[in-house]
Design a protein. Structure first.
Length: 292
């Protein structure tokens, strides 16, 4: 495309809240046939809310939430914020944490008032050799409703589960429908549990789901789709997503997400509205038409 048509395209994009960083991103958008999209913070608002706490026999709900929230005060994960906020809303007093550790894609651990506390998914329990007992069964109901359910262990014993719900953005359903109308396949990628992922994907008519993906596997999945001959756009918001954004033909970051994601992407959707992807494709077609 000519420099002038690129300028026109990026200028129109800017007025629509679609920031296009370079000519390459604008040129390739119309050729994209596969959109890989992160769940949390991209399809969803990324601001989960505490829904429920359930305990294993011998543990009290208030204790499980207090230990979990005390631990999460040291974490910056959106799930952590939901748990801390939920506990505070219930007037629970939090304690300080020693030996805090965060294990990417799995959860967090620490020591609170001399008790060992672990909070995260089944991979975390596996890594710490903690028997989850019937926590996975307890988790299924909330997950079937699209909740993210985390496991809590106190002194290496399965103590309870915490369910949070992250609302799907109001604009997401329309964006996916518009992409489908243009023949773009949508693949959802998430570190979250498979049942939760399938529930969210089902509501949106997502074509393919890759769940329980560790952060460093996200770029690999993009690479695999590219090797199959697809032109892949990747949309994400987190630090986790940066390598996959960089690997894809066009990276699309949420303006509501982390700076690292935006630095790794060719396009930023200022308000995180995924309908901007379809608008970017229209701008791309318009720009490329000018030069043919
Ligand atoms: P996503 O790819 O959906 O943004 P992440 O890779 O950040 O998700 O996290 C994947 C999973 O790891 C979460 O669904 C959760 O089970 C667990 N996890 C990660 N960080 C935390 C945390 N601070 N507290 C509890 N669980 C966590
Ligand atoms: Mg995310």
């Amino acid at each position: 495309a000519t420099p002038v048509s690129i300028m026109v395209g990026t200028g129109k994009g800017a007025t629509l809240g679609v920031l296009i960083k370079n000519a390459e991103a604008l040129e390739i958008m119309e050729k994209v046939d596969t959109l890989v999209v992160d769940k949390t913070g991209t399809l969803t608002e990324g601001r989960p809310k505490l829904i429920s706490v359930q305990t294993a026999p011998g543990f009290r709900e208030g204790d499980v939430l207090r230990f979990a929230a005390s631990l999460e005060r040291a974490s910056e994960h959106p799930l952590a914020e939901a748990i801390v906020r939920g506990a505070e809303e219930q007037g629970i007093l939090l304690s300080s944490t020693d030996q805090f550790a965060s294990i990417t894609g799995k959860g967090v651990t620490g020591s609170i008032k001399g008790h060992k506390v672990a909070l995260g998914n089944i991979k975390l329990f596996d890594e710490l050799s903690i028997d989850p007992g019937n926590l996975p069964d307890m988790a299924e109901i909330g997950r079937g409703n699209g909740q993210t359910v985390m496991f809590v262990a106190i002194d290496d014993k399965a103590a309870g589960i915490i369910g949070v719900a992250d609302p799907i953005k109001a604009s997401t359903a329309q964006a996916i429908q518009d992409l489908h109308d243009e023949g773009v396949r949508v693949v959802m990628l998430t570190g979250d549990n498979r049942t939760t992922a399938m529930a969210v994907a089902g509501k949106l008519g997502i074509d393919q789901v890759e769940a329980e993906v560790l952060p460093d596997q996200k770029a690999e999945i993009v690479k695999k789709l590219q090797a199959e001959g697809h032109i892949v756009a990747m949309a994400g918001d987190g630090i986790n997503d940066a390598p996959a954004l960089a690997q894809s033909h066009v990276g699309i970051a949420m303006g509501t997400g982390t700076d690292v994601a935006m630095e790794s992407a060719g396009i930023t959707l200022v308000k995180g509205d995924l309908r901007g992807i379809v608008q970017a494709r229209r701008l791309s077609r318009g720009t490329m038409r000018n030069i043919r």
